[in-house]
Structure formats: structure tokens, C-alpha cells
Design a protein around this ligand. Structure first.
Ligand code: NDP
Length: 497
């Protein structure tokens, strides 16, 4: 037991899980084991929920200014220790260090600072005498203990997106990270305590989703469940949460279309497609996955994307010149490879990539930047999430056809439209069914604006003031101002006396 790292953070202290199951935490770019630890079990989930419940009494009564002050201190603490977070996120996620340094960690610090500001900005309708006989006012109240479940692709950002709006609004939280990538989430919780956030406000339980995650979602003392992950698991989380009528927030899979009209700047679109499809080795729910290109630009676009993809430097994650690291696991790499192979067998053409790079270690979960053409719209590679560095490109003729193809999957998380004609671009932003539509770009996110899906990509918003709608109950308080015993509306019910 003493050789294991403590992978649970409950009531402000790290501890070992109570299960005998050993979790092996690996650097997927080399296959090296970073650490081991014991998984949580149901008793740890109970302890974490009790700790969050106990902390709720005090935390929910802190003033917005007090919460804001603590979040600001936390942002400072994170900035001071940012190099530690960058190295750990890169190693545990197989991420190129420049992505962790330029995107993951600064994004999280900015999120903490943003939620420090909006903790003091709970909005609602003006208090007033809407009936004439009463004063109506709105209270926005924290919901209680939030149970959150996060995926492995951006471990720290996903944890932050769940934790920050919840605690800024006065809730307390128990978060279960992916069992593959708990390390930065545990450090995040530790730095919160160092910054002065009371023990028990943030708790982390690490273990498999099918046991630890399931127990958390079922737990009778959890008031709300927020989940980021696949649509398949999200569906089961929602069904489980329905058993105890918990509020549910679901951020699920995506299959973002990338629509290039024939007046687009083709160089900008090609560069955008490469960056948008290869970010985090394509393990991004908003990654560009389906490029629909209007026929006159199609050949030029395919040629330029292939050329740029062939120049992407795949390599060791700690090398600052590496563009793209590995996938999260050999299993994920094999899933991606199998999908590409099935597409090839069904007649699609692999223009570049399509295999593991020969110059990377066999034990690393690497896959080449891959461009595919000649796939059918209804094929698996076009319809299903790949979650790897793979872009499929298809031609279209009319604007209506391009937009219809963009909407033709079950998902609706994000999309982009590329055009130099403002009317075409605006029309695309209206017609595409997705929670975010970029115009002449693809990927950038900001703390001030919401992230969340349409259709099978789920519902509810992360980041922005909109996320407060998810993590607060809205209470209407209606006070009689007449002091009359006999109120006019009573006559509708009885006239006696
Ligand atoms: P999964 O859905 O497999 O897992 C997500 C989380 O759910 C993990 O922590 C997992 O635990 C847990 N889990 C699994 N089964 C259950 C269960 N029965 N009850 C409760 N929790 C459970 O997703 P991945 O981790 O593979 O992440 C990739 C997915 O996440 C992609 O589909 C991607 O699109 C989506 N995603 C969506 C985003 C969005 O904002 N919409 C953002 C980022 C990713 P464990 O794995 O530890 O067993």
C-alpha cells in the first residue's frame, strides 16, 4: 500500500482508495507507468459525498465576494505552479508540451479568474409588484452537492469546467476524473485547499466509471449530476439519474462539420482544417472531423491539407518542437486504426497517414495525421465519432446541399463555415444545428462564451454566465403587500363569510 500514490482527495486530504483494485497511470506516449494507486469504492464515494454535504452548509452561506476572493487566490496559486501542471498534463495525456503550455493550463487559469468575477454576478429578473398585490423577487440558490464525471481528453480543463461554476455558485462537488488521467485533477484540488478554499468543497474520487461513477450518479445525497463524456455513457448516466430525479447536465460527443464555400480563402480553410482536426491528436469533442468543400475548391483543398498534414511533427511529448503527441491509450489508437481500416475496406481512399508512424516507439499510442476522401456520407467514418487525428473530406455542389450534409449526423456540438461572403456565412450560422458555429475559424474557446451541444451532443452549458443556470436553482419569492385577510382572488374559490 505504501508504494502506491494516493489518488483520492476527500475532505481536503489525499488518501488511498478503499478498493483492492490497483490503477496504473501511464504516459501513453511511451507506455511508461507514471504511478499506481488504489481505486475508490462505494465507501469512498460515501465519504466524499458526506464531506461535500458537510462543507455545503458553510460554503453556500459565504458571500459572493468571499468566494470570488478565494478563487482569485486559487488562480494565483495555479499560476505559480503552472509548470508542474503543464508537465503532468502533458505526460499523463500524451499531449505535446506546447499544447499543455499554450492551451490547457492557461485556459484553466483564465477560467478560475473568470469564475472569480462572475461569482459576484448572479443575475435575475428585477424585484417588482407584477401582480399589483405582491412583491415578487428571484433568489438564485446553489443546488447542493454536485456529482461530476469527466473524460480523459483534456483532464484538467474538463475538471475545471465542472468544478468552477458549481463552487462559484455556492455548491460543493465530488468529481470523478477518468481513471486514466486523474493526476492534474488531484493537484488542482490540492491547490484549491492551499489557496484557502475550505476542505470538502472539492472532493475527487478516482476509479472506473462503471463502479465509482455509477455509485456517484446513484447516490441519494447527490443533488445534481454533470457529465462530460461519450453519448453512449451519457445516455446511461441520464437514465440512472432519472431514478432519483436529479438535475442532469450532459456534454457529450461531437462530429463537427467544417463547411467550405467556393468563395472561401482556401489557404485559410486548409490551415484551419489541419489545426482544427489535429488539436490534441483529434481527441477533442469539437475537432473538425468532416470537411465539406464546394466542388470548385475541392481538389485544391485536399491537396493542401495533405501537404500540411505531412509536415506535422509527431514526436516525444516533452520536445517543445513536437506538434502532435500520442493518443490516450493503445486501445484508443487501435479503435482509430480499425475505423480507418474499415473505411478503406469500404472503398474510401486514405490520402495521407492511415497508420502508426514508423519512427515512434511501439509502446507509444501514436497515429499519423490522416486525411480520407471518397467515403460515403452514411458510412461509419463520416457518421461516428473517431476521436483521433483523422479528417474526412467530401465535396458538395449547392449551398443547401453543403448545409444539409453538415446537419446529417446525430451530433450537434460545434461546426464551422468558411466564406468571404457575409450573407452566406451568416446563413450557415443560422442553419447549422450546433452549440457553436465558427465563421472562418475552428476551435478557439473563451471563458466568457458558452460551450455545449444540440441533439445527441447533450444539453447544458459549460463556461460563461450561462453555466450558472445549470448550477443554481431559481426560486420565486412572492410576498403579499396588501395585508388583507380577504383577498380578491379568494372569490374565485369561495364567497362564504
Ligand atoms: P466515456 O464516456 O467513456 O467516459 C467519460 C467518463 O464517464 C469517464 O470518467 C468514465 O470513467 C465515466 N463512466 C463510464 N461509465 C460510466 C457509468 N456507467 N456511470 C458513470 N460514469 C461512467 O468518455 P471518454 O472518457 O472516452 O471521453 C471521450 C468522450 O468524451 C468523447 O465522446 C467526447 O466527445 C466526449 N467529450 C465531450 C466534451 C463536450 O464538452 N461535449 C468534451 C470532451 C469530451 P472511466 O473512463 O474512468 O471508466
Amino acid at each position: 500500500m505504501t508504494d502506491h500514490q494516493m489518488l483520492q482527495s476527500i475532505a481536503g486530504s489525499l488518501r488511498h482508495g478503499s478498493s483492492d483494485d490497483v490503477l496504473s497511470i501511464v504516459d501513453p506516449s511511451t507506455g511508461t507507468e507514471l504511478t499506481t494507486g488504489l481505486s475508490a469504492n462505494a465507501s469512498d464515494v460515501d465519504a466524499a459525498v458526506s464531506s461535500a454535504r458537510a462543507a455545503f452548509a458553510g460554503w453556500s452561506r459565504t458571500t459572493p465576494a468571499e468566494r470570488s476572493e478565494l478563487l482569485l487566490r486559487w488562480a494565483d496559486e495555479l499560476s505559480t505552479r503552472s509548470e508542474e501542471f503543464i508537465a503532468l498534463e502533458s505526460r499523463n495525456g500524451g499531449k505535446a508540451i506546447k499544447l499543455a503550455r499554450g492551451f490547457d493550463i492557461p485556459g484553466v487559469i483564465d477560467n478560475v479568474a473568470f469564475f472569480a468575477a462572475i461569482a459576484r454576478n448572479l443575475e435575475g429578473k428585477a424585484t417588482g409588484e407584477y401582480s399589483g398585490d405582491h412583491t415578487s423577487s428571484i433568489r438564485r440558490e446553489p443546488i447542493g452537492v454536485v456529482g461530476s464525471i469527466a473524460p480523459w481528453n483534456y483532464p484538467l480543463q474538463m475538471a475545471a469546467w465542472k468544478i468552477l461554476p458549481a463552487i462559484a455558485a455556492g455548491n460543493t462537488i465530488v468529481l470523478k476524473p477518468s481513471e486514466l488521467t486523474p493526476l492534474t485533477t488531484l493537484l488542482f484540488a490540492e491547490t484549491a485547499v492551499t489557496a484557502g478554499i475550505p476542505a470538502g468543497v472539492i472532493n475527487v474520487v478516482t476509479g472506473p466509471g462503471s463502479t465509482v461513477g455509477q455509485t456517484l450518479v446513484e447516490h441519494p445525497d447527490v443533488n445534481m449530476v454533470s457529465f462530460t463524456g461519450s453519448t453512449r455513457v451519457g445516455r446511461s448516466v441520464a437514465a440512472t439519474a432519472a431514478g432519483s430525479v436529479k438535475r442532469v447536465h450532459l456534454e457529450l460527443g461531437g462530429k463537427a462539420p467544417f463547411v467550405v464555400f467556393d468563395d472561401a480563402d482556401v489557404e485559410a480553410a486548409a490551415r484551419g482544417a489541419v489545426a482544427g482536426s489535429l488539436i490534441n491528436a483529434g481527441q477533442d469533442c469539437t475537432a473538425a472531423t468532416r470537411a465539406y468543400v464546394q466542388r470548385p475548391l475541392y481538389d485544391q483543398f485536399v491537396e493542401r491539407v495533405a501537404e500540411l498534414m505531412n509536415g506535422v511533427r509527431v514526436g516525444p511529448t516533452d520536445d517543445p518542437s513536437t506538434d502532435m503527441g500520442s493518443l490516450i491509450s493503445i486501445a484508443q489508437r487501435d479503435n482509430v486504426a480499425a475505423m480507418v481500416d474499415r473505411a478503406r475496406d469500404a472503398g474510401a481512399k486514405v490520402v495521407c497517414g492511415g497508420g502508426a508512424p514508423s519512427d515512434q516507439p511501439d509502446a507509444g499510442a501514436y497515429y499519423e495525421p490522416t486525411l480520407i476522401v471518397n467515403a460515403a456520407q452514411d458510412s461509419e467514418i463520416v457518421q461516428n465519432e473517431i476521436f483521433g487525428p483523422v479528417l474526412v473530406c467530401l465535396p458538395f455542389d449547392t449551398d443547401d446541399e453543403g448545409l444539409a450534409l453538415a446537419n446529417d449526423t446525430p451530433y450537434g456540438l460545434a461546426a464551422s463555415a468558411w466564406s468571404t461572403n457575409v450573407f452566406r456565412a451568416q446563413r450557415a450560422s443560422r442553419e447549422i444545428q450546433a452549440g457553436c458555429v465558427w465563421i472562418n475559424d475552428h476551435i478557439p474557446i473563451i471563458s466568457e462564451m458558452p460551450h455545449g451541444g444540440y441533439k445527441a451532443s447533450g444539453f447544458g452549458k459549460d463556461m460563461s454566465t450561462y453555466s450558472f443556470d445549470e448550477y443554481t436553482n431559481i426560486k420565486h419569492v412572492m410576498s403579499d403587500i396588501t395585508s388583507a385577510a380577504h383577498k380578491g382572488w379568494h372569490d374565485l374559490i369561495f364567497t362564504a363569510g
